[in-house]
Ligand binder design. Structure first.
Ligand code: CA
Length: 426
């Protein structure tokens, strides 16, 4: 693998980065922004600002890279990503060099600096990827055990296949929205007793699912497999992901085939695509996998990542309450195993596909990744800071997921993945 210069922990930027910022020079995640007067442009976050890559291109700062001006004036990152992993790494290294405190090329050209930097709170961030196919895995053992214990025999909480393959299903990408987009409470069929006639109405059990998702580059031709050893080469980066779920609709509809309308009404993603390159220093060993997995799911090296995750609920006109602190390192199946399994039958992946982790629960109360588990099927209501109680999400609530990896004072953050719940549409 070629050098990832942008990760040097000694680097500092001439752009001010406040203490505790998600976006030091070692991060430089990619996104798409728009101002009132401009078309969408590709950008990278730095501190509380962002740097406009279209403007950098026009000024000649991106010379000798394969990107065209059209790649940078685009409503999504897909055009840039089609140049492949090495090109995106070179682009991030170039932006890093331009922002380094010891590099005068851009720093000392005040008229250029004025044109390339924007405050993040003064622009609109857009969904960064034209998401192709979306797959949702179910790869947290603690989550699978909790749900299995609640709905099945606790002694058989995990189904027999669970430790032999990363269980997943194909979701829907059309309803994936950017952080800040309100979500209407979905309507649907429910049947609490499974015996009487079903009822129809707004879900009474709206839930979040704390997840992360990774975005792929173009894969191999149809029919060919991606091995665990190759998988990292096909992964661009990660986002925070809230897979909104309606539990009462889910319970009635999901047998025998799996999630459908209980999941596809909306999912929310964070605006910044944090590259796998930026996360390199945060690799950690995964859990011991017992029983032994089949050869195509075996892997070498550290494939899990130490990423702190938090979920907060803010009722309307009230302070928020943190309801979960979890970590991506709790995942039983890692991304390389997910990708190897996804393609082992020859299924191809494309640039901009999204693979979500499944709900990320930790081993203890306080680290669960959904209200279903936190309030244990409604039996343990959460007392909120404003004195109200929650078993599921109410109208007016804003659910926010945050995440970051941190080591030696360097914090690689993901920004925020939040959405406010509005009443069901008539
Ligand atoms: Ca999910």
């Amino acid at each position: 693998m070629s050098e990832i210069k942008a990760n040097d922990p000694m680097l500092r930027s001439w752009v001010h980065v406040p203490e505790g910022s998600d976006f030091p020079i070692q991060n430089l995640p990619f996104g798409i922004f728009r101002t009132e007067s401009q078309f969408p442009h590709v950008c990278c976050a730095i501190g509380e600002q962002l740097i406009d890559l279209k403007a950098l291109h026009v000024m000649g700062y991106l010379e000798n890279l394969p990107f065209t001006l059209e790649d940078m004036v685009s409503p999504t990152l897909n055009r840039c990503m089609r140049h492949g992993k090495q090109a995106m790494r070179d682009l991030r290294n170039r932006v890093s060099k331009l922002l380094r405190s010891d590099q005068p090329d851009l720093r000392d050209k005040e008229h250029h600096v004025r044109q390339v930097l924007f405050r993040q709170d003064e622009v609109q961030m857009l969904l960064p990827i034209a998401i192709g196919d979306y797959t949702d895995f179910y790869s947290s053992e603690d989550h699978a055990r909790n749900v299995g214990t609640m709905f099945r025999d606790p002694a058989k909480a995990l189904l027999p296949n669970w430790k032999h393959l990363p269980v997943g299903y194909h979701g829907r990408s059309s309803s994936i929205v950017i952080s800040g987009t309100p979500v209407h409470r979905p309507m649907g069929q429910m049947n609490a007793s499974d015996e009487t006639m079903p009822t129809f109405g707004p879900t009474k059990q709206l839930d979040f699912e704390l997840e992360m998702a990774f975005i792929t580059f173009d894969g191999k031709p149809l029919g060919q497999r991606i091995s665990t050893a190759e998988a990292d080469d096909y992964i661009f980066g990660m986002l925070l992901f809230n897979d909104w779920s309606a539990r009462d609709i889910q319970r009635w509809e999901y047998v025998p085939l799996g999630p459908f309308l209980a999941k596809n009404f909306a999912s929310t993603v964070s605006p910044w695509l944090v590259t796998l390159d930026a996360l390199e220093p945060f690799r950690v060993p995964g859990p011991t996998q017992e029983p032994e997995v089949l050869p195509y799911l075996k892997y070498q090296g550290m494939k899990n990542f130490d990423i702190h995750l938090q979920v907060a609920i803010q009722p309307e006109h009230a302070v928020e309450t943190v309801v979960s602190n979890s970590n991506y390192r709790h995942m039983y199946w890692n991304m390389t195993q997910q990708l190897a399994h996804h393609t082992v039958n020859g299924c191809n992946i494309r640039c901009g596909d999204m693979m979500a982790s499944g709900t990320i629960s930790g081993p203890h109360e306080g680290s669960f990744g959904s209200m279903l588990e936190i309030a244990w099927k409604g039996t343990k209501p959460v007392i909120m800071n404003d004195g109200s109680q929650r078993t599921f999400i109410q109208d007016g609530d804003t659910v926010s997921i945050r995440g970051y990896a941190e080591m030696n004072g360097i914090r690689i953050g993901f920004g925020e993945c939040s959405g406010r719940v509005l009443p069901a549409l008539p």
